[in-house]
Design a protein around this ligand. Structure first.
Ligand code: CMP
Length: 140
């Protein structure tokens, strides 16, 4: 295990339902520290760039439309094994398949409206953190 950072996004379906605090409590209670956080409205172009790995998939256009439809909270989470730990706290991509007690199972509405995004590897975490944050905005 090692101390890592990972990128988290609290998605529009969560900000619309005022769930930011409830979700942050899950992270903090699991030992992750929020070392960077801001509420932003993504443009369609920013959404398309962020999710460009999914370009060509059937859900890409809808995903980009959705993620730029309302405010999101982008975050840097830090802690032991933060990438895997955050993915465990989030649960499976589809809330219907996520374990009880995970964020997506407890708050998710559909595979698109699935509350949170989290980096899937330390390498992608570095890229995704750099997409949203400057060094000055990350305070450990
Ligand atoms: P996220 O972790 O943000 O990464 C890509 C997102 O695409 C994913 O969460 C889902 O919200 C969304 N998505 C929509 N449809 C699908 C699908 N069929 N398979 C995987 N991801 C999907």
């Amino acid at each position: 295990m090692s101390v890592q950072k990972t990128l988290s996004i609290i998605k529009p379906d969560a900000t619309e339902r005022n769930l930011t605090g409830s979700i942050n409590t899950r992270f903090e209670e699991a030992g992750l520290r929020i070392v960077g956080q801001k509420r932003v409205c993504l443009t369609k172009a920013q959404a398309e760039k962020f999710y460009e790995i999914h370009q060509g998939k059937a859900f890409y256009a809808s995903l980009c439309e959705y993620i730029s439809s309302a405010p999101v909270v982008v975050q840097v989470l830090a802690g032991e094994d933060a990438v895997a730990k955050n993915r465990a706290i989030m649960g499976a991509t589809n809330p219907a398949n996520a374990e009880v007690g995970t964020i997506r199972r407890d708050f998710g509405q559909s595979i698109e409206r699935n509350v949170v995004h989290g980096s899937d590897s330390p390498e992608n975490a570095e890229t995704e953190i750099g997409f949203f944050f400057s060094q000055m905005e990350i305070v450990e």
